[in-house]
Ligand binder design. Structure first.
Ligand code: IPM
Ligand code: MN
Length: 340
């Protein structure tokens, strides 16, 4: 049963399979009895190619006011060079993350049957507004033989601490509370020192959580060979980006991987999107796997405190055994709905 509230959700279907998987996820959410009032925003590669629009201040402010934002996928087809690299990434995705202060990228993983990490459950808490993504740096003497490119990594105590505290909160609710800091403290000594000190300081508030540390290169081996060692991984923006693709691959493929770009302080709407991209090659064929979008919607429902509906859908996804290729996008949605 829904708790009778109407949630205002902005829907950015985006490009390729984005609109299809988002529609399927919305169908499942509504079938679970949650009342949504949705407003669609046409943003992404298609919109940019049509009229050059990426995202302006007024639209960003409008989006801030929703209860949540659902995003499908944005990006041009592979090989389509009409959009310079970075225009949509920085102009839309990062602008939303930075502008709405979505400082946590929460990515839960569950190893599906037959995957390397079968049966394992762990989550990556990725800092989402700093690191190399902040855009510090520049190019000097561009185009000359003496040219210099620098790309800094921004790590503020405020940003690191709020991320680490969120990760500890997540870890402390696990049956076996474990938090692993992943970094490269032996080489990135300044940022690594700050992250390590902050983890040690915040750990005092969470005595029930076992704290571990892995260098990022070693974490790449453990994720493949020993993924059951992880509960919550906390890490910076770039390591978190890379590790979450690896985590997706070992748990069954990024067709299953969900993500929540969260503003836990609720000063802006949080954004929920599958980790996968627009997959233009299968767009419109009804073959796209909507499970990552559905699982992202589960994270949205948790954020909206629709706990019971979130649990029912999560259970239906966990028990899903059908053949995605055979059922197709809508068939998967119907299958889930049948088991709510
Ligand atoms: C992700 C994506 C983005 C990122 C890109 C599209 C900017 O890879 O959400 O993981 O690097 O964060
Ligand atoms: Mn990524």
């Amino acid at each position: 049963m829904s708790n009778e509230r109407t949630h205002r959700v902005a829907v950015i279907g985006g490009d390729g399979i984005g609109p299809e998987v988002t529609a399927a996820a919305l169908e499942v959410v509504r079938a679970a009895g949650v009342t949504l009032s949705t407003t669609s925003y046409e943003l992404g590669a298609g919109r940019y190619l049509k009229d050059g629009f990426v995202l302006d201040d007024a639209t960003l402010e409008e989006l801030r006011g929703y209860d949540a934002i659902m995003l499908g996928a944005v990006g041009p087809a592979i090989g389509d060079t009409r959009i310079p690299g970075g225009v949509l990434e920085r102009g839309l995705l990062l602008r939303l993350r930075f502008g709405l202060d979505l400082y946590i990228n929460y990515r839960p993983f569950r190893g599906v049957a037959g995957s390397l990490a079968e049966g394992c459950k762990f989550a990556i808490v990725r800092e989402n507004t700093e690191g190399p993504y902040a855009g510090e740096g520049g190019i000097l003497r561009r185009g000359t033989p003496q040219e210099v490119a620098t790309q800094g990594s921004v790590n503020t105590r405020f940003g690191v601490e709020r991320c680490v505290r969120y990760a500890f909160e997540r870890a402390s609710s696990l049956a076996s509370p474990t938090l692993t800091l992943v970094h490269k403290t032996n080489v990135l000594t300044f940022a690594g020192d700050l992250w390590s000190r902050v983890v040690n300081e915040v750990a005092v508030e969470f005595p029930e959580v076992t704290v571990d540390y892995n260098h990022v290169d070693a974490a790449c081996i453990y994720l493949v060979e020993n993924p059951q060692r992880y509960g919550v991984i906390v890490t910076d923006n770039l390591f978190g980006d890379i590790l979450s693709d690896l985590a997706g691959a070992v748990t069954g493929g990024i067709g299953f991987a969900a993500s929540a770009n969260l503003n836990p302080a609720r000063t802006g709407a949080s954004l929920f999107e599958p980790v996968h991209g627009a997959a233009h090659d299968i767009a419109g064929t009804a073959k796209a796997n909507p499970l990552a979008a559905v699982s992202s919607a589960v994270l949205m429902l948790e954020h909206l405190e629709e706990v019971e509906a979130a649990q029912r859908i999560a259970r239906a996804v966990a028990d899903f055994e059908g053949d995605v290729a055979e059922l197709g996008t809508d068939g998967v949605a119907k299958n889930l709905i049948g088991r709510l």
